[in-house]
Ligand binder design. Structure first.
Ligand code: SDX
Length: 432
């Protein structure tokens, strides 16, 4: 809310401007600079948006110093322990936990939209078998706007709702089919008698030649991984979805843009990069070599799964993920998994090292997730697609909030121009 009595005063070359302040429910106050350029003819400069609030949101709150993450006010630890993914989807989409009737209705609506238009299968077949599943997901999700015309009008609240349910329901099928296509196995259709996470596991690992029983431990772990990844304030991929949506693009195109951004190793691709790093380290004895490299300014190597723009304390998701890794690998009888041992020793050493302590670098959500996913039988190339499946509800919730925001306009940042001043064209014979 705008705090009428509070203002920030900016003084430049003896001239001053008063800028209104806005106070949050919790977290830092903001300085409203929307009129700054018009009044003072200056831009603010913030590449990476480290000090910039792009919007007002009611969905997710992060306290990086305290290591706190709230979905609509509920702590992630409590939701991971006591809720389940589709209930968290309802919470993120509609603002509070559902009653029993609302939950049943929502779960039925999602369950009954998990099938894909039968023709979409041919879209998959245009990809090379060795295409990264994220490439397939960017393509197929973007193509959904060519199959679901009746839910692309962003000005129709009902079409927005239908698009939201369709994407939450169909992303697991798309991700599972991207995996099946990459290994040359037939697509497995979703089943309406399975919960969301169990359905996804079965679509990934079942084969037509035999019955597939979902392991309830793995299904619970998968559901918890999805909850932990569901939303995370204005991260890079969510900001991408918001920016794409601000131009009026249809929701499928916006989510496809978010998937493309998530793919980067500095963002959602870090879970794959982290496991590949742990595999490269290979043994506890080689950890010091990699710690040294991570601290070497001249070495581009970074500890993947470590560090975060916002968390300057433990990522609360990493704590839950670490517990889940111990539980899942213990129940699978692979608690002595060498990668888990390397990860735990790497975390211990790094957290005692002055470089990481001074820079407040802690394990993030991607540090342990890959170890669990690999133990479940997923190849590393499927780690980020699973992140994308989980984050779809966050992207859609943030997209819906943006569309409904009366302050919203097309996102169009300015720049600090440091290029050539105006100069006249020279014919080629006049050039040196
Ligand atoms: C996700 O934003 C979100 O919310 C994202 C996410 C979500 O749920 O949406 O949480 C998901 O993307 C988690 C982050 C996954 N990425 C990785 O694990 C990749 C490794 N981490 C880094 O690349 C880095 O920490 C970032 C990208 C996550 C954050 O980078 P910042 O905020 O731009 O910070 P920075 O790169 O400026 O680092 C600050 C300092 C630098 O040293 P100095 O220049 O100050 O000397 O810390 C160093 C960095 O060199 N540093 C690291 C490091 N991360 C930062 N050094 C070694 N290893 C690392 N991992």
């Amino acid at each position: 809310m705008v705090d009428k009595n509070r203002k920030a005063t900016l003084t430049i070359d003896g001239r001053s401007w008063d800028l209104p302040m806005r106070s949050p429910t919790v977290g830092p106050d903001v300085i409203d600079i929307r009129k700054l350029y018009g009044e003072a003819d200056v831009f603010t400069y913030d590449p990476g948006f480290t000090s910039t609030a792009s919007c007002a949101s009611t969905i997710t709150y992060i306290d990086g110093d305290a290591g706190e993450l709230l979905y609509r006010g509920y702590p992630i630890e409590q939701l991971a322990e006591r809720s389940h993914f589709l209930e968290v989807c309802f919470l993120l989409l509609y603002g509070d936990l559902p009653n029993a009737a609302q939950l049943e209705d929502f779960e039925n609506r999602v369950t009954r939209h998990t099938m894909l238009h039968e023709q979409i299968q041919y879209f998959f077949r245009g990809f090379r078998r060795d295409a990264h599943p994220m490439a397939t997901m960017v393509g197929v999700v973007g193509a959904m706007s060519a199959f679901y015309h009746d839910s692309t009008d962003i000005n129709d609240p009902w079409q927005r709702e239908v698009a939201a349910i369709r994407m939450i329901a169909k992303l697991p099928t798309i991700a599972a089919w991207a995996y099946k296509y990459s290994i040359g196995q037939p697509f497995v259709y979703p089943r309406n008698d399975l919960d969301y996470a169990s359905n996804f596991l079965r679509m990934c690992f079942a084969v037509p030649t035999e019955e597939y029983e979902v392991n309830p431990v793995l299904s619970r772990a998968m559901d918890r991984i999805m909850t932990l990844h569901a939303d995370h304030e204005q991260n890079a991929s969510t900001s991408t979805v918001r920016l794409a949506g601000s131009s009026g693009a249809n929701p499928f195109a916006c989510v496809a843009a978010g998937i493309a951004c998530l793919w980067g190793p500095a963002h959602g691709g870090a879970n794959q990069a982290c496991l590949e790093m742990l595999r490269e380290i290979g043994s506890v004895g080689r950890i010091p070599e990699f710690i040294r490299r991570a601290k070497d300014k001249d070495d581009p190597f970074r500890l993947m799964g470590f560090g975060h723009r916002v968390y300057k304390n433990f990522d609360p998701r990493a704590k839950v993920m670490k517990q889940s890794a111990d539980e899942v690998l213990g129940l699978l009888g692979v608690e002595n998994n060498p990668l888990l041992q390397v990860a735990k020793e790497l975390e211990r050493i790094a957290l005692e090292d002055a470089y990481f302590i001074d820079k407040k670098l802690y394990p993030n959500v991607d540090f342990y997730s890959g170890i669990i996913l690999e133990a479940m039988g997923f190849p590393t190339a499927m780690f980020t697609p699973i992140f994308a499946v989980s984050r779809t509800v966050g992207w859609i919730s943030q997209w819906k909030e943006m569309i409904a925001d009366k302050d919203q306009k097309i996102g169009r940042p300015r720049q600090l121009y440091v290029g050539a001043p105006r100069r006249d064209y020279r014919e080629v014979e006049d050039r040196s």
